[in-house]
Write a protein that binds this ligand. Structure first.
Ligand code: G2I
Length: 453
C-alpha cells in the first residue's frame, strides 16, 4: 500500500492542516498554543494500518480538502463510483467525480477503495427498471466491471466488488443479480474484477456483519466456499454503521475468524450514531466505541485498517436516513475534532490533549474559488467562558482579508488581529461565537493556526 510513503510536501500539508483542526486553546484566561496532533494517517502507517474516509468530490477544497488530504491515507468515494453515478443513461458515462477523487488521492499519496461494482441499490433507473434475461444481466455485469475496474487499473488499490449480498438471517438478498443469476453472480463478479485488474484487492462488503451472528456466518461460509473453489477473493469489508454503546463484543473474534480463512478484513464504513442532541456523556461513550473498533482491528494482523463513512458530521448520511440521529463521525459540523477523533489518535498510539475547561478557536475555509475564499473562525467554550475576546493569526501564503463580519479585524502584512464586535463579546460555557470573512489568495490557501486571547 502507498500509505508508508510520505513526501516532504505531503508532510508539510499535513502539518498545516493538522494545526487547523486543533486551533488554539485558552485555559483559565491564558493563551496556550496547542501543538498539532500527529495526523491519523501517520499514526496508522506506523502501525501498518490504513486510516480512510469516504469523501464527496465536490467538497474537496478548503478545510474539508485539507483534512481529507492530511489525516487519511485511504479514500473511498462515497457515491461517485456507484453505477447510477457513472452510467446514469445507458451507454453514457460520467466519470468526473470519480476521476477527481482518484486524482486527489494520488496528489496526496493516498490509496483508493473503489465502491462499489455490484449492488442492489443506487443502480441507474434504466438498469433497475429494465427486464433482462440472465444472459443479458451477465453481460451487463461483466461489461460494467471490465469498464470501471479497467479504467482505474493500477490506481484503485481495493474494490468492494459485491456489496450487501445477504439478508439479516443469512439468506441471500433477493436482488436484480441474485434473482437473475443465482448466487453464482458473486463468483462471476469477482472473476471479472480480477481479470480487469489483477493487482487490485477484491472484497465483499456488508453491514451488520461486525459481530458473530447469522449474517456474518453466512458471509464466512461464502468466503470459505469461494476460497475452496479458487474464486479470487482477497478480503471482507465490515461496514460498521454502529449505534452508540453497541460495538459488538465479538468484533475482534469475528475479524479473526475471517483472517483465519486467509482473507484480509477491512472496517469500511465506520460511523457511530446517537440520538441528537449530542452531549458530553454521549460523546465520551462514542469515543470509547471508536476506540474499541480501532483496538479490535489493531489486534488482528490481517485487519488492514479502518475507514470512516465521512469524517465530519456535515458530510454524513445519518441525519437524513435516521431523523433525530447524527453526530456519528469524528469531527463536528464545523470541522472541530470530537472526543472520537482523540480516541482514534490514542488507539493508534498517539497522544492528544483533550480541550476540557477551555475555549477553542477553529479556522475553516468554507468555500474557495479561483481568486477568493470565504472563511470563518468559530470560538467554542466548554468548562470556561469568555467576556471579550481577541483572535489572531498569520497568513502563510499572502492571503488578504477583503471583508469581515461579526468581528473587527485589521491586517498588517500577514498578521491579522481580530476582536469581538460590540454584540458578541460573551462566549458562555457550552456556547460558541462565529465570525466570518472573505479574502483573496493565489497559489495556495493554507489554513493558519489561530491564537485566542
Ligand atoms: O447507506 C449508507 C451506506 C451503506 N453501505 C453502502 C454505502 O454506499 C452507503 O452509502 C450511502 C451514501 O453515504 C449516501 O450518500 O449510500 C446512500 C444511498 O444508499 C447515499 O445516499 C444518497 C441519497 O440517498 C441520495 O438522495 C443522494 O442523491 O446519496 C445520493 C448522492 O448524494
Amino acid at each position: 500500500m502507498r500509505s508508508s510513503r510520505t513526501s516532504p510536501r505531503v508532510r508539510l500539508a499535513a502539518l498545516l492542516a493538522g494545526a487547523v483542526t486543533v486551533g488554539a486553546l485558552v485555559t483559565a484566561g491564558t493563551t496556550t498554543a496547542h501543538a498539532a496532533d500527529t495526523p491519523l494517517r501517520d499514526l496508522a502507517a506506523a502501525r501498518g494500518k490504513a486510516m480512510g474516509t469516504a469523501v464527496t468530490g465536490s467538497k474537496l477544497t478548503g478545510t474539508y480538502g485539507d483534512i481529507a488530504g492530511a489525516q487519511f491515507n485511504w479514500l473511498t468515494p462515497g457515491n461517485a463510483m456507484k453505477w447510477e453515478s457513472v452510467e446514469p443513461t445507458r451507454g453514457s458515462h460520467n466519470w468526473a467525480e470519480a476521476d477527481q477523487i482518484v486524482a486527489f488521492a494520488e496528489a496526496h499519496d493516498q490509496d483508493v477503495r473503489g465502491h462499489t461494482l455490484v449492488w442492489h441499490s443506487q443502480n441507474p433507473g434504466w438498469l433497475a427498471n429494465g427486464s433482462w434475461t440472465p444472459a443479458q444481466l451477465s453481460t451487463l455485469m461483466n461489461d460494467h466491471i471490465a469498464l470501471e475496474v479497467g479504467r482505474y487499473k493500477g490506481r484503485v488499490a481495493a474494490w468492494d466488488v459485491v456489496n450487501e449480498p445477504f439478508n439479516e438471517d443469512g439468506t441471500y438478498r433477493q436482488t436484480l443479480w441474485y434473482n437473475g443469476l443465482g448466487s453464482g453472480y458473486i463468483a462471476q463478479a469477482l472473476t471479472a474484477a480480477r481479470a480487469a485488474d489483477p493487482a487490485a484487492k477484491l472484497y465483499i462488503n456488508d453491514y451488520n456483519v461486525e459481530g458473530v451472528n447469522a449474517k456474518s456466518t453466512a458471509l464466512y461460509n461464502l468466503v470459505k466456499s469461494l476460497k475452496e473453489q479458487g474464486v479470487p477473493i482477497d478480503g471482507v469489508g465490515l461496514q460498521a454503521h454502529l449505534i452508540l454503546g453497541q460495538v459488538p463484543a465479538t468484533l475482534q473474534q469475528n475479524i479473526q475468524r475471517f483472517a483465519d480463512l486467509g482473507v484480509d478484513v477491512a472496517i469500511t464504513e465506520l460511523d457511530i450514531r446517537m440520538n441528537l442532541p449530542a452531549d458530553s456523556a454521549k460523546l465520551a461513550q462514542q469515543a470509547a466505541d471508536y476506540k474499541a473498533v480501532m483496538n479490535a482491528c489493531l489486534a488482528v494482523t490481517r485487519c488492514t485498517g479502518v475507514t470512516v463513512w465521512g469524517f465530519t458530521d456535515s458530510d454524513s448520511w445519518i441525519p437524513s436516513t435516521f431523523p433525530g440521529q447524527g453526530a456519528a463521525t469524528p469531527y463536528d459540523d464545523n470541522y472541530a475534532p470530537k472526543p472520537a477523533y482523540r480516541a482514534i489518535v490514542e488507539a493508534l498510539g498517539g497522544t492528544s490533549t483533550p480541550p476540557t475547561g477551555a475555549c477553542t478557536a477553529v479556522y475553516s475555509v468554507t468555500s474557495q474559488w479561483n481568486t477568493g475564499f470565504t472563511g470563518q473562525v468559530k470560538i467554542s467554550c466548554a468548562g470556561a467562558a469568555l467576556s471579550g475576546w481577541k483572535a489572531g493569526w498569520t497568513f502563510g501564503a499572502g492571503q488578504k482579508l477583503t471583508s469581515v463580519w461579526n468581528a473587527n479585524c485589521t491586517q498588517t502584512g500577514a498578521t491579522v488581529s481580530c476582536a469581538n464586535a460590540s454584540y458578541n463579546g460573551t462566549v458562555p460555557d457550552g456556547g460558541s461565537v462565529t465570525f466570518g470573512f472573505n479574502g483573496s489568495w493565489s497559489g495556495s490557501n493554507p489554513v493558519p493556526s489561530v491564537t485566542l486571547g
